[in-house]
Ligand binder design. Structure first.
Ligand code: NAD
Length: 325
């Protein structure tokens, strides 16, 4: 097994560390060759001079590029006959995403979309409790995820034609979690607000089951803050967790002088690094030839709902989703 990581930014780094922790050999190709060399040296991998050389040499291509480059890169990997891990969101449109899934199927290669939130132990545990009936029938899911704008709001992330914007990039995690936990969604309604590079949105998702998900997301905090929370209420119980472990009041004030050097990530425990858990699952599912926990169909479903939420936030109107075909 040899992994070819494509891209050496915040995800290239997190993935290199995780593959290494699992003892998997890897090489990196990135347009930023010095950074790729640095990551390779730090985590015991090597580098490739271009995408073609990487694809000719690896078992699995791990796409950690800006979202607008996902489609062409995943399709090139599929043509080369390589299994694919692709960072979320899979693509910027339903059409691109469906074409990527079809290309992998046609080439007979496996596609895993890296919805890492499913591998955060607290999120997985809470969902397992729901599935086991511990809160009865799920009725209201409240999910929160707010960070500072990636790279201080000055990178490709800020260009919605390249990243899809905050709803596709960040809220997608909780949309996927809501679908995974409470099933298909039939209608969404969202509101958003923007101040400079900061963008905040709230979405209400009505599930076919009758459950309601209320999702709050933003690239809206000052640098260095990343808060996540879940609050799952069912007919006979409640599960709560939030990332603010310290029961104190934190005061953040003043103008931020420095942009965050990269993308903020939630606090990660070394004992249970979700990126390691995620790739451990990928290795296991490949070896046992069983479906991934995030199926391509689920990744398409999450993107479809995220695009509907973004449409609703832009228009101010509720959007009804057609039943998935
Ligand atoms: N799972 C998560 O929690 C999470 C967090 C952040 C980002 N992401 C996703 O991961 C993907 C990558 O995000 P990132 O934060 O690593 O971005 P980044 O900007 O930090 O890194 C992008 C990397 O791609 C390289 N690159 C850009 N264009 C290239 C090209 N044409 N050829 C080769 N290399 C090129 C850049 O040099 C850089 O190394 C995005 O889809 C993003 O939405 C996921």
């Amino acid at each position: 097994m040899r992994v070819g990581i494509i891209g050496s930014g915040s995800m290239g780094h997190a993935h290199a560390r995780a593959w290494r922790a699992l003892g998997v050999d890897f090489g990196i190709y990135s347009r930023d060759a010095p950074r790729a060399a640095q990551l390779a040296a730090e985590h015991g991998g090597d580098t490739y001079p271009d995408l073609g050389t990487l694809l000719a040499d690896v078992t699995l291509a791990d796409v950690c590029l800006p979202t607008f480059l996902h489609r062409e890169t995943v399709e090139a990997a599929a043509r080369a006959g390589r299994h694919v891990v692709c960072e979320k969101p899979l693509a910027l449109s339903n059409e691109d995403a469906a074409a990527m899934v079809a290309a992998c199927e046609a080439a007979g290669v496996r596609l895993f979309v890296a919805m890492v939130v499913r591998f955060f132990p607290q999120y997985r545990f809470a969902r397992d409790l729901v599935q086991a009936g511990r809160i009865g029938t799920p009725r209201v899911l409240r999910l929160r995820r707010v960070s500072s704008p990636p790279y201080g709001g000055h990178s490709w992330f800020a260009d919605e034609t390249k990243s899809g914007g905050m709803i596709l990039d960040l809220m997608l995690h909780d949309i996927d979690y809501a679908l995974w936990t409470a099933g298909d969604v039939q209608q969404v309604y969202a509101r958003e607000t923007r101040v400079g590079t900061r963008h905040y949105a709230q979405a209400a998702l009505t599930h076919v089951s009758g459950a309601l998900s209320l999702i709050e997301s933003g690239w809206a905090y000052p640098d260095g803050l990343f808060r996540t929370a879940i609050d799952l209420a069912g007919s006979s119980g409640l599960i709560e967790w939030n990332s603010d472990a310290a029961p104190t009041i934190r005061i953040v004030h003043g103008k931020q002088r420095h942009a965050t050097p990269g993308v903020s990530l939630p606090v990660i425990s070394a004992a249970a690094d979700p990126f390691v858990l995620q790739f451990n699952h990928v290795l296991d599912a490949l070896q046992r030839e069983v479906p991934f926990d995030v199926t391509p169909g689920e990744a398409l479903g999450a993107l479809r709902v995220a695009l509907a939420v973004r449409d609703s936030a832009r228009s101010g109107r509720a959007v009804t989703l057609e039943a998935a075909t």
